[in-house]
Every structure is written in C-alpha cells, then in structure tokens.
Write a protein that binds this ligand. Structure first.
Ligand code: HEC
Length: 277
C-alpha cells in the first residue's frame, strides 16, 4: 500500500488548488473567521467519494518523531458518515487525538469512537482541538512536501488526499503563492528550478543566506554577476511591479522562503517598506 507516497513536488498541491479554485465557483470555501483569508478565498479542496476534505496540512517532524494533521471535512452527498480511522504509511501509527481540559490542565486524549460527520456537522481537525497524530515517522516530514492521508469511513468509502507539510495553515501563504505563480514562476519555474544559464534557481539557493540582499533583490531588482550554488549568472531582474504593495511583497517573499528554503527566515511589510526604494 502506498497511500503516503511522498510526491516531492513542492508546488503540485498548490497548482491543483489553483486549478480547482479556478473552475469551481459554487464552492466559495468556508469562512473560518480568519482575517488573513478573505471570505471569498476558496479552500484547497480534495474530493473522494461523498466526502470533501479542505485545507489538509501536516506539521513537519523528524524521523521517529510525530506530526499533527489538520483539515475541515464535509459531506457532499448522502446524509451522514463516521470516520473510523486515518492511515498513512509514512508513520508507524496514525491516531485521532483530542485536546481536553481537565481540572484546568490541557491533556491530549486518543479518540476511540468514530467521529460523526453530517451536512450540518463538519469534522474540524485543528490545532488545540481534534486532530490527526502521525506517530513514529519513518521519514522526515519536510516543509513543502505532499503526503497522502487516507480516511476510512463506516460507509466503506475511503478518501485519499494529499496534505501539505507546513508550519502554518496553507492559507497563510495563499496570496504569496498566487503572486509567485502569476509573476515569479515565468522565470524561476513553478518548482523554483530556474532555467538554464539565465534564470538562477530558487530551490535550495544559497543566495537566501543574506536576508537583506534577498529582499532588496526581489523588491528593487538585481543585475550584474552573481553566484548561486557555485554557478555564475549575469542577467537582469526588474524590480517588483508597484501593483504589488509592501504587504503583498512580504507575502510572496515569505512564500518563496517557505517553499524553497524551509522557512530559513520570514519578513514583514515594515521590513519591506524600509528596504524598498
Ligand atoms: C523576468 C524574469 C524574472 C522574474 C519575473 C523574477 N525574477 Fe528573480 N531573477 C531573475 C534573474 C535574471 C536573476 C539573476 C539576476 C543577476 O544575474 O544579477 C534573478 C535573481 C533572483 C534571486 C537571487 C538569485 C537566486 O536564485 O536566489 C532571487 C532570490 C529571485 N530572483 C527571486 C525572485 C522572486 C521571489 C520573484 C517574484 C516576486 C522573481 N525573482 C521574479 C529573473 C526574474
């Protein structure tokens, strides 16, 4: 069984999401009251059988460590179902857990009964609430990777969906990923692989070691000879178009660092404002 193939394609789920988002207008996505995400921002959706799984994400974890899994699960057709178990072959065990407070202390408890799902009652798996625990990881879960999880239902159905490994809910990077795809990817590639001798790679780039220089290059442009991962480039990158404000600049930079440098650092619109010419 290979539910849990590590696709290793950092942008696959993102692209799938953008495609899904582009063609399913009836699916407005849930408003979770998260201000970083507009009411009309579509969720990252995966369908299987009569169930829809939105915004599935997993926290990073080392070999033999653990990872938490989060998502919102809805039923589309049929009245109700119950979640019996979640499987993923990258972990020795997968359990459902719940944080509960007992005498003022928060304790984590294993959920042993099926989780009920109905039209009016989605299953919300979230940090601090009910969630999936991947225990005793067989491989390191690295940020940006996609891991398949398989949900088994009492109706006999299974829903297998990719979860993205991230330090934060994927919607945090939604705007940044859109700007990356519509602007940066034309030169640096959708997986940050670069192009030939002209466009340097972003995936694993050692240029990111210098935070100020990186932010300045992206917002103010860059020209002249540079060396990226031992290879010389001598091209021109124009400054970031002014249609992107400082907040958007920070978001695309943060997305880039999260995707291609395992979140080596992050920035804010204030820092961008200081560096932007
Ligand atoms: C029109 C093509 C083009 C676009 C669009 C573009 N870049 Fe670049 N980028 C370049 C070129 C060419 C260089 C190398 C410049 C040099 O040789 O001095 C570069 C260099 C870089 C570098 C430093 C070198 C490296 O590989 O780490 C970073 C970081 C970078 N770009 C990020 C971005 C980001 C993020 C975006 C989108 C906001 C973006 N670029 C959009 C062409 C582009």
């Amino acid at each position: 069984m290979s539910f849990c193939k590590n696709l290793g394609l950092r942008l696959v789920s993102l692209l799938l999401f953008l495609i899904v988002a582009g063609c399913s207008e009836e699916k407005a996505g849930p408003n979770k009251g998260d201000k970083s995400r507009g009411d009309d921002a579509p969720a990252r959706v995966c369908k299987g059988g009569s169930v829809v799984i939105e915004d599935l994400w997993l926290t990073p974890g080392p070999v033999e460590g653990t990872s938490g899994g989060y998502a919102t699960v809805r039923i589309e057709s049929g009245e109700s179902d119950s979640l019996l178990a979640v499987a993923c072959d990258i972990a020795e065990r997968v359990e459902l857990h719940e944080m509960q407070s007992e005498n003022g202390e928060t304790v984590m408890q294993k959920i042993t009964t099926p989780l009920y799902l109905s039209k009016s009652d989605p299953i919300v798996l979230e940090p601090g609430g009910k969630h999936i625990m991947l225990i005793d990881l067989k491989k390191e879960l690295q940020i940006g990777k996609n891991i398949d999880l398989s949900f088994r239902w009492s109706s006999g159905e299974r829903t297998t969906c990719p979860g993205v490994v991230s330090n934060a809910p994927p919607e945090k990077y939604l705007r940044g990923s859109e700007i990356y795809i519509s602007y940066c990817a034309a030169c640096h590639g959708q997986a940050g692989e670069g192009q030939g001798n002209i466009y340097p790679p972003l995936a694993g780039s050692d240029f990111f070691a210098d935070k100020e220089k990186t932010i300045s290059a992206i917002v103010n442009g860059l020209h002249g000879e540079i060396t990226v991962n031992g290879k010389k480039y001598n091209g021109i990158m124009n400054k970031l178009p002014s249609i992107y404000d400082n907040q958007e600049a920070a978001e695309v930079i943060n997305f880039t660092l999260q995707q291609f440098a395992d979140s080596l650092w992050q920035t804010t619109k204030e820092v961008v404002a200081r560096i932007r010419d």
